[in-house]
Design a protein around this ligand. Sequence first.
Ligand code: ADP
Length: 439
Amino acid sequence: MPHRTRNAWLRTLSQLLAVLAGAAAVGVMSGHPWPIVTFAALGVVAWHYWRLRGVLLRLTARQRLAPPLGDGVWNELDRLLYRGQAEMRGRKRRLIEMLRAYRAAAAALPDAIVVVDRGTQRIQWFNEASGALLGLQYPGDIGAPLVARLQPLPLAHWLSAGRHAEPIETRSPVNPAVTLTLRLIPYSDELWMLVARDVTRLLLLEQMRRDFVANVSHELRTPLTVVHGYLDMLDPEDNPEWAPMLAEMQRQSQRMTQLVEDLLMLSRLESQDSLPSEETVAMAPMLAALRREATALSQSRHDVTVEDEAGVDLWGSHRELHSAFSNLVSNAVRYTPAGGSIRIRFRRDGRGVALEVVDSGYGIPAAHLPRVTERFYRVSNSRSRESGGTGLGLSIVKHVLNLHQARLGITSEVGRGSTFSCHFGVERLRSRKPHPQPA
Ligand code: ADP
């Protein structure tokens, strides 16, 4: 028991003893000790009941307690209650301040934030930016159904995906010049948070970057063609001592030309959301062409096999698909040491098909796998440069496959080889027509 409380107890007990002793003394003097002592004891009990009643009344009234005066046990109880209430008030005040600060922070965010009830899909709360970006108005839109309120936005289907809803990019219902990305964050069992961010500037910068790369590549093309042309005209036999330099210059100008072509191709792929024209891509001649390319690149250093098991054709862009597949084949040849094998396989894959390029080459360490499709990402700079790579091949493959709603799968084991597979959905399949065989 704390010191202060013990003292209060002792004081109250000594007061009780003093009252009883006084009553006993008066009783003895008057000749009736027991009735007077009993009367005094009853008086003490009544007084305690009275104090208890006071405490109960104060607690029921939920009023703010006053700091107690005096030092008896009841005053001590009052003091403890007063202290508890003051602490509770302090905690509540701090909580309210914190809540206000969070609300103010959420309200001041430049992104639109809308809290939505998961069951009813009605708006519970939104911040200021929601007015400018989504056109929500306070207080009319509190409690409004979200999908109906943001009508032009394709939200109904999106909301039904719930936790798995992928971010979507859409125009702002207030200003069509503003592009928003919408994300759905389920942050409790009952509440979802819709976050809308203005990405107009970001998209503009991205467009500028793309235009810049495309323009620079385009401008480099002509001077490179000239240099390349003149280099081709030089005959190493005229000046045999220049022959190694000439060969190196030709090799480097070839590489630069390839780099510029790859950059232009990538810019073109990035700037389109869908393929401009689609056709049936005959796979038998495509596989034959890939075999020829692999054999030419390999110069008989590898064992090249082609397996055509799917027996169907694809629907898409011939030029783009050929470029993607031939990038995979060229990688397989370049990253497989002499004596290794390269297998090109076109097979059924569930209801769709997959084109696989399997090599027995160096392989890719698992840590690098998620990044190999990034532009200029190389597992080993020296090996890639030595092999004449531009660092753009797999980016091109990924973009081409995206435009065909196809997926690139990569499995690899260091020292054992890699498998790159392009998975096409059933909507990309076309039954194969007999093709005229070359004479
Ligand atoms: P690069 O022109 O450098 O080959 P890519 O985009 O085609 O660029 O490939 C990116 C990187 O992925 C390469 O630098 C290489 O390290 C790795 N890579 C690609 N294909 C293979 C493969 N078949 N085997 C091993 N590593 C590969």
